[in-house]
Design a binder for this molecule. Sequence first.
Ligand code: PHE
Length: 352
Amino acid sequence: MPDVDPRIEGLRTEALAALASASDEAGLEQWRITFFGRQDGRVSALLRSIRDVPADQRAAFGAAANAVKVELEGALEARQEGLKSAALKALTTEAALDVTLPGRPQPLGRLHPVTQTMRDCLTAFQEMGFRVAEGPEVEWARYNFDAARIPEDHPARDMWDTIWVNTLIDGERNMLLRTHTTPNQVRVMERTPEPPVRVVVPGKCYRQEATDATHEWMLTQIEGLAVDEGVRMTDLKGVLYGWARKMFGADRKIIFHHSYFPFVEPGVEMAIDCFICRGSGSACHTCHGTGWIEILGAGMVHPEIIENAGYDSSKVTGFAFGLGVERVALLRWGIEDIRNFYANDLRFLSQF
Ligand code: PHE
């Protein structure tokens, strides 16, 4: 094999040295132009010069020139890679960035505490044979009041309580944001031709309210209704007792006080024993020293309402209850102020 032409060997040595001293992207690009630039690049010129070599040496010269071209291209590529990994290494050590760390987890949402409580309540009633139904939030006065035996002059109809949504029709206000879920007693019976009826109806209700720690202008209720032959007050007590134990634990005590609601007779309010003071402290803020916390209204469905639904009130009887889900959630977690639920503060909400 003849010796490599000194011009080729000289170019090779020079190019490799220049490449080794190029220390960044710009240096490499400069090198590429110097040696491989299409017009004036020195390797390009070398290849072009092959045709001027005497014919007997041309093959050997050409082969050597091409070998150097290939070698230098490979060297450039290797140098580029080398610079890249050096830069990455500098970034990870100097900037203390660990690119192998896992990504930041995306925060996961969760159910609102009132929604959780509502679902838990519904599950407890479903396990006792109740079906879940729903009704409209924008309601006719006829269902919200008249059908529930709340007369024209009852204070609950007043602007003070009720959020009316329409202007007068024939001189009357007749559409509103429902003030309770009770209209669904009638709505469910109307679409159930024959008893038995056994439903729970969850939903938002609205009242014009001066808000405080236990009152919000929007509240979530669950209405319960059971109508059948031989339904008695003891059935009502049994169902509510079963629900209270499920929500508040096995040793809860409950008590019924007489109360008045136009749509039930007799009517009661149910309270559970105060598990903050255990009924001992007169200074307890939760039960105001009584030892009992009111949590819902209930009673036996008024016979007039049973009759209005087209059922025979001498054959069937029913019980109904209406509970405030926010109240239950307050008690369940010992929360002090109901307004926390709708203040949209994730520091509060993410605790549940
Ligand atoms: N609707 C009543 C309220 O909102 C609660 C209730 C429902 C009472 C059913 C008795 C029977 O206060």
